[in-house]
Design a protein. Sequence first.
Lengths: 274, 85
Amino acid sequence: MPSGAFSFKAKMTYLQSHSRSVSRQKRLTIGILVFLAAIVALVEYAAPHFFPALAMSVARPYWRTEFSLASGSLAGPEALLRENEDLKRQLADAAAQTATVRSLQTENDELRSLLGRASTTPYTLAAVLMRPPFSGYDELVIDAGLDQGFADNDVVYAPGNIPIGTISDVLGQTSKVTLYSSAGQKYPILIGSLHVPATAAGRGGGQYEAQLPRDAKVGEGDIVLAPQTGDKPIGIVTAVMTDPAEPFETVLFAPPINLYSLRWVLVGAYGRKP
Amino acid sequence: MPHRILIRIILGLVLLISILQGWGIAAALLFILGAWLYPLYIEGLIAGLAYDALFGVEGLRSHAGILVSLLIFFIIYSAKRIVRK
């Protein structure tokens, strides 16, 4: 047999076995990927908090460090002393206002107890680690969870006692808060001095909308209350849009705080189901 | 250390920071880049899983991260096969 034919046959044999080996490798890779996907799906089904807890164990130290940097905790001594003095001055101003608020709060509690609706809901302070627009899905991640006795449906308040959402998922040391303004959320509200009932729908980004009959006598600046949180104010009407051809008008409202700059929230047990 | 491995590590770290910061779009773009440059860039799939674990709530929305990652994975690898044929 000529040597050229032998080397050609050897080359053909090598190419065939090489392409078989590549195909086998591809099948093995696909098989491993499918197996890993099945394991992930099984873990998600059997232990739905496993991956969130694992991810939080990495994310929480990073977010805490970022929070500390933003708070100036890692600043030099002079900067910290200056901040300390500023805060003391602000505290003195706030103390004067607090005295008035406390007396009003006491009167409020007395009146409520007379009506049989005394409020003794304790609140817990929690730091906001992630907030819109970076947290995705219009939610907050706060720095307290089962360690502070939080539970699903606990109501979350912004400074000023403004309800902004409820806890939707509790982990060991963190919790996820779904904002009332999250797209798809709906709940009953009362608008204005006449307490016009309506259903609010979240539009995302801290904005809400509600449909009312055209002659509902609601205007900009009207307070919006949420019965599910004990009639606490959750927003102020920012716009009323009327179309003469439509029997309804659209009311837009938003909380009087900037959700994008929230650093601290209060969590109460008001919404907890027995 | 070979160049490609170093770049892959750096890309992975930037991807991790994007996920921790909640920059979903930036993470998706980094995944597209990584998937194009490297064979079997599973770091992107892990990033999608991590995004859902950190920020996901109830319902189908809680799996948007992994679904988008899988979509990018299959689109890029199909595109690579077509381009390199």
